[in-house]
Ligand binder design. Structure first.
Ligand code: GLN
Length: 498
C-alpha cells in the first residue's frame, strides 16, 4: 500500500449522495472531496491506468466555485461538488480528447459535449478523461492506443470495456461517479466486471452531441456509480432533450428518483431463456439464479419467456456496428483532425499512411468488415439481412413487454478475465457482449447491478426495460441492491498491488 494512500474514512470512499449530505451539513467541502479523489488517483492510477488525463487544477477550481456558491446560499443540484470520471470519448473544450486512439492523440476540441455541459451546469466536478478501447470498439480496454486499464479487484485482469477506465475508477474509489457509453454493452459489461452499477439509457434519452461516434444508431451515453441511487441521480442530470442531436427524444420528463424506493411488489419480470446460454460460467449462473429468487421473495412475479431472435443478435450487431463505424471513421483522413502522416507522395498516400499509422488492429478490422458489408453486391446479403434481424429483435421485445414490466438475465457470460486471454481472439472477445447487445439493437434501457461474487470476482445482474422504462427498472435495481446489502465502499486500494 502506498504511504500516500488516504486511510479509512477518506471522502473518496463515499458515494455521491453521502458526499452531498456532508456538503449540506458543512461536514465537508467539495474541494476536500476533490482533493481526496485526486489523492486516491495519485495513489492507485500508476497501477490501474484508469485515466488518460487528470485535470486536477480545473477540478479543484470547479469544486471551489461550488463551495463559494453554497456559501452564498445558492440553490444547488444534488450532485454539486461530487467528483466524476469522464470517458475520453466525449469532447471537452480545451482538454485533449482521444477516444483511446493514436489518431486523435493531439486533438483538443473547441467545445463541450452536451453531456459535459450539463454536468458542469449541475456543479459536478470532472476529474479527467478515462481510458477506453479505441473508438469504443472492444470489451476489455486492451484495444486502447495508450495501454490497458486494470481491474481493481485483481489487477492482472481486465476491467471490461469499452468504458473500462470509468468503471475501474469508480470501483477503486478514484471517483464516486463515472460516465461511459454503451453501443453493444460498454457500460453494463464493465460495470458487471468491476462490481458497480451501470445504466444503458433508452436510445435518444441522453444527447450524443459531442460524443465521438462509433455506431450512431446504437451509441448511448450513461452513468456508472457504486449504488443505484447515485446512478439514477446522474442519469437525471445528463438526460433530456437536446436540439443539437436529431435523435434526441423531445419532451420526456426524466424522473428516475422520486419513486426509487417503491419496491418491486407485483412487477412482472420475464426470465429470458436465451440469456442463460450454455458456456456461461457456473459461478455467474449461480449468482444470477439467486438474484431471481431474491426478486421473487421481494414480491416480483417471475416467469420464463423465450426470445428466439436473440440468438442472431450478436451476428447482426457485428455487421451493423462495423458498417456504421466504417462510415463514421471515414472522417479521420489526416486533413481535418489529429494525426497526419509526414512525407507523403500525394494526398491519397497521405490518407492511407495516416490511417495505417493512426488506427489500431481492431479498428482496422471493423472498418474493413463494415466496408465489405456495405459494398455493392453484398449489401442485401449482409447489412440488409442484419437490419431484418434487428427488426425481429425489436418486435419480439415489444411483444414481451405486453406481458412483462422488465426482463432479467446475466450481464456477461464471464467474470473479469485475465489481461491477454482474449486479446488475440476477436470472436471470443465479441462473445462477451452476447447478453447486452440485443438491448442496443432495440434501443431499450438496461442496467447492470452487482449480484455478488464468483471466486472473489464480481457478477452483474441485468434488468432490461422497454424504451423510457428507466424509472421502473431502477426501482427494481434499487430494491435488489438494498436487499442484497453489498458494500458500496470502493475495492480497497490495498488490493491495488503495485
Ligand atoms: N464490445 C462491443 C464492441 O466491441 C461493444 C462496444 C460498445 O458498447 N462500445 O463493439
Amino acid at each position: 500500500m502506498s504511504p500516500a494512500a488516504p486511510g479509512p474514512g477518506s471522502l473518496a470512499d463515499l458515494t455521491g449522495h453521502e458526499l452531498a449530505e456532508r456538503f449540506a451539513s458543512g461536514a465537508a467541502t467539495a474541494v476536500q472531496a476533490t482533493e481526496a479523489a485526486l489523492e486516491r488517483i495519485a495513489a492507485t492510477d500508476e497501477r490501474l491506468h484508469a485515466f488518460l488525463i487528470v485535470t486536477g487544477d480545473q477540478a479543484l477550481e470547479a469544486a471551489g466555485e461550488v463551495d463559494a456558491a453554497r456559501e452564498r446560499g445558492e440553490r444547488l443540484g444534488p450532485l454539486a461538488g461530487v467528483p466524476l470520471a469522464l470517458k475520453d470519448v466525449l469532447v471537452t473544450k480545451g482538454v485533449r480528447t482521444t477516444a483511446g486512439s493514436r489518431i486523435l492523440e493531439e486533438f483538443v476540441p473547441p467545445y463541450d459535449a452536451t453531456v459535459v455541459r450539463r454536468l458542469r451546469e449541475a456543479g459536478v466536478v470532472i476529474l479527467g478523461k478515462t481510458n477506453m478501447d479505441e473508438f469504443a470498439m472492444g470489451s476489455s480496454t486492451e484495444n486502447s492506443g495508450f495501454g490497458p486499464t486494470r481491474n481493481p479487484w485483481d489487477t492482472d485482469r481486465v476491467p471490461g470495456g469499452s468504458s473500462g477506465g470509468s468503471a475501474a475508477a469508480v470501483a477503486a474509489g478514484q471517483a464516486p461517479l463515472g460516465i461511459g457509453t454503451d453501443t453493444g454493452g460498454s457500460i453494463r459489461q464493465p460495470a458487471a466486471l468491476c462490481g458497480i452499477v451501470g445504466v444503458k439509457p433508452t436510445y435518444g434519452l441522453v444527447s450524443r452531441y459531442g460524443l465521438i461516434a462509433f455506431a450512431s444508431s446504437l451509441d448511448q451515453v450513461g452513468p456508472f456509480a457504486r449504488d443505484v441511487r447515485d446512478a439514477a441521480t446522474l442519469l437525471e442530470t445528463i438526460a433530456g432533450h437536446d436540439p443539437m442531436d436529431s435523435t434526441s427524444i423531445p419532451d420526456v420528463p426524466v424522473d428516475c428518483t422520486s419513486r426509487l424506493t417503491d419496491g418491486v411488489d407485483g412487477l412482472r419480470v420475464g426470465v429470458v431463456k436465451e440469456l442463460f446460454l450454455e458456456g456461461t460460467e457456473p459461478g455467474v449462473l449461480a449468482r444470477v439464479r439467486e438474484g431471481l429468487e431474491r426478486l421473487e421473495r421481494l414480491g416480483a412475479r417471475l416467469e420464463e419467456c423465450s426470445l428466439p431472435s436473440f440468438e442472431y443478435a450478436l451476428s447482426a450487431y457485428y455487421l451493423i456496428a462495423p458498417a456504421e463505424c466504417s462510415s463514421n471513421l471515414a472522417r479521420y483522413d489526416g486533413v481535418r483532425w489529429g494525426l497526419r502522416a509526414k512525407d507523403s507522395a500525394d494526398v491519397v498516400d497521405m490518407m492511407q499512411r495516416t490511417r495505417q499509422a493512426g488506427f489500431g488492429a481492431e479498428v482496422k478490422r471493423r472498418v474493413m468488415l463494415g466496408t465489405y458489408a456495405l459494398s455493392a453486391g453484398y449489401y442485401d446479403a449482409y447489412y440488409g439481412q442484419a437490419q431484418k434481424v434487428r427488426t425481429l429483435v425489436r418486435r419480439e421485445l415489444d411483444d414481451a413487454y405486453q406481458r412483462f414490466d422488465l426482463l432479467v438475465g446475466p450481464t456477461a457470460p464471464t467474470v473479469a478475465f485475465p489481461i491477454g486471454e482474449k486479446a488475440d481472439d476477436p470472436l471470443a472477445m465479441y462473445l462477451n457482449d452476447v447478453f447486452t447487445i440485443p438491448v442496443n439493437l432495440a434501443g431499450n434501457a438496461a442496467v447492470s447491478v452487482p449480484a455478488g461474487l464468483s471466486d472473489g470476482l464480481p457478477v452483474g445482474l441485468q434488468l432490461i426495460a422497454p424504451a423510457l422504462g428507466e424509472a421502473t427498472m431502477l426501482r427494481a435495481a434499487w430494491a435488489f441492491e438494498q436487499d442484497l446489502g453489498l458494500s458500496t465502499r470502493p475495492v480497497s486500494h490495498e488490493e491495488v498491488r503495485s
